[in-house]
Design a binder for this molecule. Structure first.
Ligand code: MRU
Length: 362
């Protein structure tokens, strides 16, 4: 079995939620100690923590903190409004609302009848912890399925993988989704090189993925985002692995801006293109990707680089955080429940999720 990363992006310590401030990486490892739902919401909005599964896990902590130090038991309406507020921290990753809905259901089933706020907090914190452990377990299973599948598809060689954004320990509660597969490839001696897209403008690739790789001795090279298609053309890329923020029923999915271009280039060059995600990241209420809400962030984040404005004062910018990859460009989908292959469409995905539901109930 693969070992977890030594990095922990967020964890409970006593009654505080400790978050490694990702805006400070790689220069400084600064920990924030969060004690209120509003502080967790701010950390998510400001990208102090980010990555779909980690945003979901942090939302569970924010929800639990609604009970910390409360004098009286917290009523459902109050808790629901806290969850609604955290739920608007960022719009694209489905994990945020999925976990908050889970916390609300848990309140209804287990917490509503508690006599004190202290009892409520203990139960909610425990649930939040379990959500963190569950994500770590999903990471290990995604990595195992991903590596097994790649070994069958591309046997007898060490792989040159290209990835985008950060999908590792800093985006999850374990060793990652796409980067978790890479980590396990490396542990098994199957990784030749990881090409790391810098991922403008937040530089999650250059600052965070490269940081994780450097800490663990994973062979990696940072490239500008626009270098990726050319490397594919040069025969330097064996497979593209990315994360997912929300996948619709037909397989269309949103991920960090630039993922769509990678998928188009990979298809043009006949390179396997594989999104890696926990099943939680499926939004089965959405038939297709056209209805995924794409986060638009301030154009300052694009036009100001390293504290300096890089475009004329009169210029405006468009900073979309995500794009949508049409399902037809996907080779296969790696999940913790197995690999969806043989054509990615609504029927395949519905059958897969149905079988998973049946397995969960067994
Ligand atoms: O804006 P970010 O940094 O939260 O975007 C992160 C990504 O796009 C990841 O690829 C995605 O959340 C999957 S993380 C395992």
């Amino acid at each position: 079995m693969s070992r977890d990363s030594n990095l922990t992006a967020a964890f409970w310590e006593g009654d505080e939620y400790v978050v490694l401030d990702q805006l400070e990486l790689p220069e400084r490892k600064t920990c924030l100690r969060l004690t209120t739902p509003a502080a967790v919401r701010e950390a998510i909005t400001a990208m102090r923590l980010r990555g779909a599964p980690l945003i979901g896990a942090a939302a569970s902590a924010g929800a639990a903190l609604a009970f910390r130090g409360a004098g009286e038991p917290v009523e459902r309406a109050v808790f629901a409004s806290v969850c609604a507020s955290i739920g608007t921290a960022r719009p694209t990753a489905v994990n945020l609302m999925a976990v908050l809905d889970e916390m609300l259901a848990y309140y209804d089933n287990e917490v509503a009848g508690c006599a004190t706020a202290a009892e409520q907090f203990a139960l909610m914190q425990r649930r939040s912890l379990e959500i963190h452990w569950r994500d770590a377990d999903r990471n290990r299973r995604m990595a195992r399925h991903g590596v097994d599948w790649l070994r069958r598809l591309l046997p007898d060689r060490r792989l040159r993988v290209l990835t985008h954004c950060n999908t590792g320990a800093l985006a999850t509660c374990g060793h990652g989704t796409a980067l978790g597969v890479v980590r396990t490839l490396h542990e098994q001696g199957l990784l030749k090189m990881l090409w790391v897209d810098e991922t403008r403008p937040y530089l999650q690739g250059a600052r965070l993925t490269a940081f994780e790789c450097a800490e663990e001795g994973i062979p990696h090279t940072v490239i500008t985002d626009s270098t990726a298609p050319y490397l594919m053309a040069q025969g330097q890329v064996d497979v593209v692995l990315t994360g997912v923020d929300r996948m619709a029923r037909n397989g269309d999915f949103a991920n960090k801006i630039g993922t769509y271009g990678l998928a188009v280039a990979a298809r043009h060059h006949g390179i396997p293109f594989l999104p890696v995600l926990p099943v939680e990241s499926f939004d089965t209420a959405l038939s297709d990707g056209a209805r995924i809400v794409i986060e638009e962030r301030s154009d300052d984040e694009l036009l100001i680089f390293n504290g300096r404005r890089i475009a004329p004062a009169a210029s405006s910018g468009l900073h979309l955080g995500f794009d949508v990859v049409p399902h037809g460009l996907i080779t296969a989908v790696i999940t913790e429940q197995g690999v969806i292959e043989g054509g990615i469409d609504e029927k395949h995905i519905t059958d897969f999720l149905h079988r998973r539901g049946a397995a969960d109930r067994a």
